[in-house]
Design a protein around this ligand. Structure first.
Ligand SMILES: *Cc1c(COP(=O)(O)O)cnc(C)c1O
Length: 452
């Protein structure tokens, strides 16, 4: 028997985390404070995990977006998209800044009213509006954005019965060069349905057609889509004026502006690829301004920016529960927050910073949440300094959609805290309790006793 050759085994560092050909960042900065308050203090006071919202960032982002549009177009109005984050304190920061309310359900509508938004400054979008909700909106002189023909006829009926002429717009969907087309909401432009709806609305004599609305997508990465959308809405407005003798008072361009969050699997970081708000504003404003309206006939420009308004102002603070090795040797770190409260980790690779000093070592790891559920992956591959049990982290840009799409699954939802402009923290939504979770539950008589 011949002797087998011996090869010394080697341990190689796997480097699967490279984001692009230029390499990936290896240096990290701990993030120890949010608006001047130590992360440790926030966690000690409000528990872990905890959402923290910076009022200062909210207001500065609002002013910056508003300025981008208002410096380019004479009449601009923001409308806060409630579904993006409808915690009342959050909404009221934007309302204080001058934002109207944009809602997509009766529940959100009542929230806006409750926050003190006058009915005539609420935009009522969405495919579901009950008769009672439409009656309420009509009585409040809200702007009702019609989504489909069934709703149009329903509204005509209700208006006839109430003997009132509500202010309405239609939502228009269209080909903006982004595919697949978002065509499930509103009336299509290219096939003539939108025009047909406008004609029917005017001819009914029962509705006061005042606006046109579109919301072409979300996290849009090209400005031309907005130029195309704006020019198609201008076409419709022009035809309303010339053929239906109806002046369109506003064009509502919806939301959809991206944030600096990296999309899962994106080749380059978002910061390098997304256009600035100025560029989007330029695309929209120049299209409308160059269209040919007389200056005095220029429609009001409404924006329902959600994601880009709040994402940067939201942080999630959390703690490390444990570290372990997976069967293939990968390092896995288990956090006390998961997809139950960080829904956006399904499509974003959230930036995560350690909240304390650390050693030089980094290693690619999987970040799991605490749920006993395989899908609970916060980051499937992230290079981080080695975190130990009890260490804390800050997850960045979580302000949009997490505090509305979160689910009460396995764990309860945590505290939400706002840091005001003077650096003081306020609890704005308390962590859920067992009693709260069980309020809607009912126990049939025969199931009340259990004997084991
Ligand atoms: C969700 C939504 C928005 C906000 O969209 P973002 O992409 O978050 O800016 C605006 N308008 C309507 C009708 C929406 O449904």
């Amino acid at each position: 028997m011949t002797k087998l050759p011996y090869e010394r085994p080697q341990i190689l560092k796997m480097n699967a985390g490279l984001m692009n050909k230029y390499g990936t960042r290896t240096e990290y900065e701990p993030v120890k404070h949010i608006d001047g308050i130590p992360v440790k203090t926030l966690i000690a006071k409000y528990g872990s995990p905890v959402f923290v919202i910076s009022e200062r960032t909210m207001r500065s982002t609002y002013r910056s977006i508003q300025r981008s549009f208002a410096t380019r177009y004479p009449k601009v109005q923001m409308a806060w998209s409630y579904k993006t984050n409808y915690i009342n304190a959050v909404c009221n920061v934007y309302h204080q800044e001058g934002s109207w309310g944009e809602v997509v359900s009766g529940f959100e509508y009542r929230k806006a009213l409750g926050n003190g938004v006058p009915g005539n400054k609420i935009i009522f979008n969405g495919p579901e509006k009950t008769t009672a909700e439409l009656e309420l909106a009509i009585n409040n002189d809200s702007l009702i954005h019609i989504d489909h023909f069934d709703e149009m006829y329903q509204l005509i009926d209700i208006s006839d019965r109430m003997n009132k002429k509500p202010r309405v717009a239609i939502r228009v969907n269209m080909d903006t060069g982004i595919y697949p087309i978002w065509d499930r909401f509103g009336f299509n432009y290219e096939n003539g349905t939108a025009w047909s709806a406008l004609t029917k609305i005017v001819e009914s004599g029962k509705l006061n057609l005042v606006g046109l609305h579109c919301h072409i997508g979300t996290y849009m990465m090209v400005t031309t889509a907005y130029s195309i959308a704006a020019s198609k809405l201008c076409d419709l407005a022009w035809n309303c004026k010339t053929q239906l003798n109806t002046t369109i008072q506003y064009l509502d361009m919806g939301g959809g502006l991206p944030t600096a969050n990296d999309l899962r699997g994106a080749y380059l970081p978002a910061k390098d690829t997304i256009p600035s708000v100025d560029e989007f504003a330029e695309a929209i404003a120049s299209t409308i301004l160059n269209y040919g309206f007389k200056t005095e006939d220029l429609p009001l420009l409404i924006l329902e920016t959600g994601r880009a308004m709040i994402d940067d102002a939201g942080f999630l603070l959390g703690s490390v529960l444990a570290n372990k090795r997976l069967s293939d040797g990968r390092r896995a770190t288990i956090m006390d927050f998961g997809v139950n409260i960080l829904f956006t980790s399904f499509w974003y690779e959230h930036k995560i910073s350690p909240a304390q000093d650390f050693t030089q070592h980094t290693e690619e790891c999987v970040l799991y949440g605490p749920l006993c559920m395989n899908i609970d992956v916060v980051r499937s591959a992230i290079t981080l300094p080695l975190l130990n049990r009890g260490d804390q982290v800050v997850v960045h840009r979580v302000g949009a959609y997490n505090m509305t799409q979160w689910m009460q699954f396995i764990q309860m939802r945590p505290n939400v805290v706002m840091i005001d402009e003077s650096g003081e923290s306020h609890l704005i939504r308390a962590t859920e309790t067992m009693e709260y979770i069980e309020i809607p539950e009912r126990m049939p008589e025969h199931l009340k006793t259990v004997k084991l």
